[in-house]
Each structure stands twice: as structure tokens, then as C-alpha cells.
Design a protein around this ligand. Structure first.
Ligand code: B12
Ligand code: SF4
Length: 555
């Protein structure tokens, strides 16, 4: 330690050296830092397909916020994503960092506290900066030993700290949206062209729903922070990413991508002009989707939409005057997959009507369905209201306040324990009634191929044909394996539906196609048995650490 500090004194640098780290793992186990076995670092298995056994989609997602900051500063910068505590300690003792930035959400505040302690002890000259949603906790600076707690957008903040131009144009990093993809226990290699890059065109959402963390964190109602001025700038950024990753698919981490109609249409115009046959996975509210015809969405390349359905009885403006059941049906007919998102525990819910609401939610037959508990999170209008009404349960730690466990507030009609039972049963009901999500997704994809393989726009035609070429062997094998597995589980109705879809897709597939399907299915079946044993023994996957250095000429 002594030596390290002296070496900093001996060789003062012209530019600061920055470390940006996500919180340390392992994540999917119960520990005193706030990790929870029910809270894996996975999107689908955490909050979407978690009750679908070996049919759950498994993948990890890199931390984009710190990659975005890294890409937009000229200082030497290391990103440690998913380190262990030991790897974090090793990094800050091996290199001298002037700034140690830690990125976290509220649930992981215990890890931030530990990392600040470690950073202070091992690298006392570093400036410790904490950012990301954890910064929404009021009084965080009294809970963790940080020099700065940064609320909201981080690129401009970091540039200012480093004396750089905070308003300089944004360069978007080229990062794949997921890694470690598995289905039915088998690692599935996704071809480059189909593995989406993750892109954040903006952060925040102007609609300002009372419970929404991301809207509140980036300014609340009426506010949004855009990284690109318009569709032209976004198009240029996507071209640069496409050139680096050779991917034609983009996972748009924009809270309400389609709300910004001018931007989307300008992007479409550029795509037409430059013959881009891209695919977009987007989050959008119903009122935003309703601004477009389905045909326009298809031409734009929208391929998945994450859609907030919230609740039949809620009065969120975004859902007014929209028949969401019909909207979902039409999207599916055109090959656009959906992830519905519904809330359990809204103020009007009672133990009786919430079950009706769950039934209504799953009647949408979205390909995937996320259920979340209504959860007052720091910084949101709902949190302020709950504080004023004294309904927050102060004994619930932040590690358990995230919407996938139990209420963190006193609900007038539903107890905390009931909230968990309702949440778990909603996921199971959706699975029982609608079958494995992946089967539903394949059905929607197949509908798109059928409908648009001869689309008059060559870009659209190419996209659907390309998808069919890439995914059809995998789909055939998966459907066979699902069919056998469902038969073993005595799930007759789901099995019949899977079989019917396989037979439709099978038509026209030659002998080689059938051979690939049969062989792939046997491998998947074997892997899924191992997976099921693993799930029964509660063994979980953890992401491996990723290290990314930029502007790095430091020994
Ligand atoms: C991708 C994602 C994930 C990925 C994880 C990615 C990762 N590697 O961490 C997965 C799917 C695994 C995941 C899991 C969970 N997530 Co999540 N996730 C997201 C999502 C959709 C996108 C995050 C993102 O990249 N945004 C785009 C980037 C550009 O924005 P950003 O990260 O906020 O970063 C900006 C600023 O915050 C700031 N910043 C960030 N870090 C730092 C660091 C420094 C030093 C500085 C100065 C600034 C700074 O600057 C950045 C640029 O402006 C958000 C929702 C959203 N749209 O943001 C939810 C979100 C972050 N997740 C959330 C939650 C609750 C969870 C879970 C607990 C699941 C659940 N129950 O909902 C788990 C936790 C898993 C675990 N064990 O830790 C909440 C957090 C709420 C809160 N107030 O803390 C969010 C906001 C969704 C929501 N419910 O509203 N998640
Ligand atoms: S529409 Fe969605 S992203 Fe926008 S504020 Fe409401 S919940 Fe948040």
C-alpha cells in the first residue's frame, strides 16, 4: 500500500485514470451483502420465464451504463463488469486509479457499501464515485463512504469531472446485448448477424408513471435525456455499431422507443435509403405503438416489443383508448413478438380482483409475460406518496425491495406474504394457460415468415428470410425436444400445441432438415434433463467477469 501511494506521488499523470465497476458477484445466492438466490443476473430467468423450468431462457446482459461512460471519456479507463470482490481488490491494487466509479441499482446497495470500504482502504487517494439507480436513495452519502453520489445521467457528469466537454457528441459503444445464452440446458451459439447489439438512444421517459424508477431518475414527467438529436444521428450510430459487430439486430434500451415518432420515422427513411434490413427489440407503451400502422412497424424492423399492460383497472394515460388484446394479436400476426408487463398490487387490487386482472393479463397471450409487484422505489412519486402516507415497511431491506419478492409497503387489501403467492401464481398461470414462452415466440416468428417472405420491400423480405434461415433448424430441434419433455410431464394440451406448430413448420423441410431436427432434439433432451436436475438442486448460473480497457497505455 505504502509503495503504491508513493509511486502515485512520484509519477503524477497528466490525465486521470478511471476504473468503472459494476457490483461484485456472485449474485444468485443469499448473502449478507444483499445477493439473493431469487435474484439472478439474468433478464428472463429473473423476471419473465422464471416459472418455466427448463424452458426458461437463460442469458446474461452486460452493464451498458458504465460502458457508455467509458466510451465517451478520453481518460484511460477500465470497465470491470461482474467482478468478484477479490477481482475488484486485485484491480485496484494492481493499478493506480484516480477515480473509482461504482455502478449499482438500489437492491445492491450493500455491495456498494463494501466496495467503497475496500476502495478507501486499498486505494486511499482515489476519488470514489457512486452512480446508477442506487443514487436515488435519499441520504446515500451517509450510508456509503463515497466522495460523490451521482444522480441521473453519468456521461456528462464524468466528462465534467475530468475537465472534458460535457456536451460533446455521444459515441455509442458496440456491445452485444447478451452472452452465455442457454436454452433447455444447452449453450446456444447465436450467429453474429442475429445477436443484437444493445443501444441506449435515450434515458428516461416523459410519461412519468408514478412507480417508474427510470422516468423519475432521469428527470421525471416531461423529461427525457436523448443521446442523439434525431433519427439521422441515431442511424449513424447504428451504422458504426453494425460495422463493428456485424449484427443487424439492436436491443434498444430506450424506455419508450416508439414514443419518439419523428426520430423513428427519420430512422426508417434512412434505412430505406441505405437499404438497411435491421431488426429492433424495443420497449414501448401502448399509446406510443398506436401512433403507427403495423405495416410501418414491420418496415421499421420492429421485431419484439416490451409493452406495459400494467392492469385492466389502472388509469395510466398510456393505456387509454387502446384495446391492448387486439393490438397484441395484430402484432403477432405480423411476426412481431411481445413481452407483456403487468403489475400486481395496484391500489385498487383486492385478493379477489387481482386474480381477475392476472387472467386478463394472460388473456393477451403475449409471447412472454413479466409480472412485477407495485413497488415504491426511492426517487419515484409513488415513494414520496408512500412516505407521506407512512405505508413503507422500514424493516424490508433494499435488497428485497425490487418487485420480484414481496411488497415493501403496506397494501390496503393484500398482505406481504400474499403478494409473493400472487406473483408466483401469475407466472405459473401464464405458463399453464399459454405454454412455454419460447414456443409462443416461435409461433409468432413463423407467422412473420409466412406473411412477409414475399414482402414488396426487399429489406423486409431479406430480414424475414434471413431469420428463417438462421433459426429454423434451432426451432425444429427445440420444438421436438419440448414436445417430448411436455409428454414426460403429462402436459397434454401444451404438447399438442407444440406438435401442431412443429408440423406446420416441418412442411417442406427436406430429409436433411428433419435429420438436424431429430439429432438436435436428442441433444437438447439430454441437456434439459441435466438442467432440470440443476434447477431442482437450485444450482444457478453466474456471469463471468468481463474486463474492457480503453485509452490504456498504462503498464
Ligand atoms: C439491463 C437491465 C438489467 C440486466 C442487468 C444489467 C447489468 N449488467 O447490470 C438484468 C436483466 C440482469 C437486470 C437485473 C435486475 N434488474 Co435491471 N434493468 C436493466 C435495464 C432494463 C437497463 C439498464 C441500462 O443499461 N440502462 C441504460 C443505461 C445507459 O442507463 P443506466 O444503467 O441507468 O446508466 C446511466 C446512469 O444511471 C449513470 N450511471 C450508471 N452507472 C454509473 C456509474 C457511475 C460511476 C456514474 C457516475 C454514473 C453511472 O450513467 C449512465 C449513463 O447515463 C433497467 C431499466 C432501464 N431502462 O434502465 C433495469 C433496472 C436497472 N433494473 C432494475 C431491477 C430492480 C433489477 C432486478 C432487481 C430485477 C427486478 N426485480 O426487477 C435485477 C437485479 C439483478 C441483480 N442480482 O443485481 C431496476 C432498478 C430499480 C432501482 N431503482 O434500483 C431498473 C431501473 C428497472 C425498473 N424496475 O425500473 N437488469
Ligand atoms: S410509460 Fe413505461 S417507461 Fe414511461 S414512465 Fe410509464 S412505466 Fe416508465
Amino acid at each position: 500500500m505504502e509503495d503504491r501511494n508513493r509511486s502515485l506521488d512520484r509519477s503524477p499523470r497528466a490525465v486521470a485514470c478511471v476504473l468503472l465497476s459494476s457490483v461484485f458477484g456472485p449474485y444468485c445466492q443469499d448473502d449478507s451483502y444483499g445477493s439473493r438466490a431469487i435474484n439472478p443476473m439474468e433478464l428472463f430467468h429473473n423476471q419473465v420465464t422464471r416459472e418455466q423450468g427448463s424452458f426458461s431462457l437463460r442469458a446474461f446482459h452486460p452493464s451498458l451504463g458504465i460502458r457508455l461512460i467509458q466510451e465517451n471519456i478520453s481518460a484511460p479507463c477500465t470497465v470491470l463488469d461482474f467482478p468478484t470482490l477479490e477481482a475488484f481488490e486485485h484491480e485496484i491494487t494492481k493499478h493506480v486509479y484516480d477515480i473509482i466509479g461504482i455502478s449499482s441499482i438500489v437492491a445492491n446497495v450493500g455491495k456498494v457499501k463494501k466496495m467503497c470500504e475496500v476502495a478507501r482502504a486499498l486505494s486511499p487517494r482515489s476519488r470514489i464515485v457512486v452512480g446508477g439507480h442506487v443514487a436515488a436513495i435519499q441520504g446515500l452519502h451517509t450510508m456509503v463512504d463515497a466522495d460523490d453520489v451521482v444522480k441521473g445521467e453519468g456521461v456528462a457528469w464524468m466528462r465534467e469531472l475530468l475537465g472534458e466537454d460535457a456536451q460533446a457528441p455521444i459515441r455509442h459503444p458496440a456491445v452485444s446485448s447478451s452472452f452465455g445464452f442457454r436454452f433447455m440446458g444447452l449453450p446456444i451459439p447465436i450467429p453474429r448477424a442475429a445477436n443484437p447489439a444493445v443501444v441506449a438512444p435515450s434515458v428516461g421517459c416523459p410519461l412519468g408513471c408514478d412507480f417508474c424508477c427510470t422516468s423519475a431518475f432521469f428527470g421525471g414527467k416531461g423529461k427525457v435525456h436523448s443521446f442523439f438529436k434525431d433519427g439521422d444521428e441515431l442511424f449513424d450510430a447504428l451504422c458504426a455499431i453494425d460495422a463493428q459487430l456485424h449484427s443487424s439486430a439492436f436491443f434498444m434500451l430506450d424506455e419508450n422507443f416508439l414514443l419518439h415518432r419523428d426520430r423513428a420515422l427519420q430512422l426508417l427513411a434512412r434505412m430505406r435509403k441505405q437499404d438497411k434490413s435491421w431488426v429492433f427489440y424495443v420497449f414501448s407503451s401502448a399509446n406510443a405503438i398506436a401512433q403507427y400502422s403495423v405495416e410501418t412497424l414491420v418496415e421499421l424492423g420492429v421485431s419484439w416489443i416490451w409493452l406495459g399492460l400494467e392492469s385492466a383497472g389502472s388509469d395510466y394515460k398510456k393505456l387509454k383508448n387502446t384495446d391492448t388484446v387486439d393490438m397484441v394479436r395484430r402484432l403477432h400476426e405480423h411476426g412481431i413478438a411481445t413481452i407483456g408487463s403487468s403489475i400486481i398490487g395496484l391500489p385498487h387490487h383486492t385478493a379477489a380482483n387481482v386474480r381477475e386482472d392476472i387472467e386478463y393479463a394472460i388473456s393477451h397471450e403475449t409471447d412472454f409475460h413479466q409480472f412485477m409487484l407495485y413497488t415504491p422505489m426511492p426517487g419515484t412519486p409513488l415513494h414520496a406518496k408512500s412516505l407521506a402516507e407512512d405505508s413503507l415497511l422500514s424493516e424490508v431491506p433494499y435488497a428485497d425491495s425490487h418487485g420480484q419478492f414481496k411488497f415493501n409497503f403496506r397494501h390496503p387489501n393484500i398482505s406481504r406474504d400474499e403478494s409473493k403467492l400472487l406473483l408466483d401464481s401469475a407466472f405459473r398461470r401464464d405458463y399453464e394457460r399459454n405454454g412455454p414462452s419460447v414456443y409462443r415466440l416461435f409461433k409468432t416468428m413463423h407467422a412473420g415468415w409466412q406473411r412477409h417472405a414475399e414482402h414488396p420491400d426487399p429489406r423486409v423480405r431479406r430480414r424475414f428470410r434471413r431469420d428463417r434461415l438462421i433459426f429454423r433448424p434451432l426451432i425444429e430441434a427445440s420444438l421436438r425436444a419440448m414436445e417430448y419433455t411436455l409428454a414426460l410431464e403429462n402436459q397434454t394440451s401444451a404438447r399438442q400445441r407444440v406438435r401442431a406448430l412443429r408440423q406446420q413448420i416441418d412442411v417442406g423441410s427436406g430429409g436433411v432438415g428433419r435429420w438436424i431436427g431429430l439429432t438436435g432434439a436428442s441433444v437438447l433432451m439430454a441437456a434439459s434433463l441435466v438442467e432440470r436436475l440443476g434447477i431442482a438442486r437450485a444450482s444457478m448460473y453466474e456471469p463471468r467477469m468481463q474486463v474492457e480497457r480503453r485509452n490504456w497505455e498504462i503498464p
